[in-house]
Design a protein around this ligand. Structure first.
Ligand code: 8X3
Length: 249
């Protein structure tokens, strides 16, 4: 296997688990994130050839220079996993914090576009590639107090469909992955370090773990060449919708 997979938000959660899962398949990896030490630690733990790009997806100049800095041997990216993104705050729209709104729209939507633009160029030239966008159940169903986070993920859903249509002519596959409740740093970030509140999101049922989503991504990227897994929602067994979770206590 000589294929190169580029993963954003690789320093933790679903991104990190995806890096570990694709490493087991033998992919060469470009590990992207803001936290250099974590990326270095991850790189050292992997048994495949990998390289690190440290940048913030919301900073266009950094995104452009990071991809320009790749040496020739790393430029032909076969797979892009657009995983970087987060939720910031959870409140009714009338109480929303503008800084939180901007942080979500810029990482979940604009940042995904910035990174995709840099990678799509080469994919179009080579007439091959596969983009996996991490959406959410929140992109398919809006829930109370989810407003802007849900809007940012609904935008990812629209972009996945739009990318699939526009890149179809170039033989590029686009897949959309929409997870439900996954126990990662997600809720800790959403609730700004309030660990009790974060833990309560996953209390009383067995949530997904990052490896469950990574396993799905591994399946998507290793499916036969003529198969595109276009859009998958992955939920814990206890979850029936964005707002319906069967809790035991
Ligand atoms: C994360 C899932 O349900 O907390 O995107 O929005 S949810």
């Amino acid at each position: 296997m000589n294929k190169i997979a580029c993963i954003t938000g690789a320093s933790s959660g679903i991104g990190r688990a995806t890096a570990e899962s694709l490493a087991k398949e033998g992919f060469r990896l470009i590990l992207c994130g803001r936290r250099k030490e974590r990326l270095e630690e991850l790189k050292a733990s992997l048994k495949v050839d990998s390289t690190i790009l440290v940048f913030d997806v919301t900073d266009l100049k950094s995104v452009i220079s990071a991809f320009e800095s790749l040496s020739e041997g790393w430029k032909n990216i076969d797979i892009l996993v657009n995983n970087a993104g987060n939720a910031h705050g959870m409140s009714a729209i009338q109480d929303g914090d503008v800084a939180d709104w901007e942080a979500m729209m810029s990482s979940n939507l604009t940042g995904l576009l910035y990174v995709s633009k840099e990678v799509i160029k080469g994919m179009v030239e080579r007439q091959s590639g596969h983009i996996i966008n991490l959406s959410s159940i929140a992109g398919k169903q809006t829930y109370p107090n989810g407003n802007v986070y849900c809007a940012s993920k609904a935008a990812v859903e629209a972009l996945s469909a739009g990318m699939r249509q526009d890149l179809n002519a170039f033989g590029i596959k686009v897949s959309n992955v929409a997870p439900g409740a996954v126990n990662t740093e997600f809720s800790n970030v959403r609730f700004k370090g309030d660990s009790a509140k974060a833990a309560s999101v996953y209390a009383g049922f067995e949530p997904l773990v990052a490896e469950d989503v990574a396993d799905l991504i591994r399946y998507i990227v290793t499916a036969p060449a003529h198969v595109n897994i276009a859009d998958v929602t992955i939920l814990p067994k206890a979850q029936a919708s964005a707002t319906q979770i069967l809790r035991k206590n």
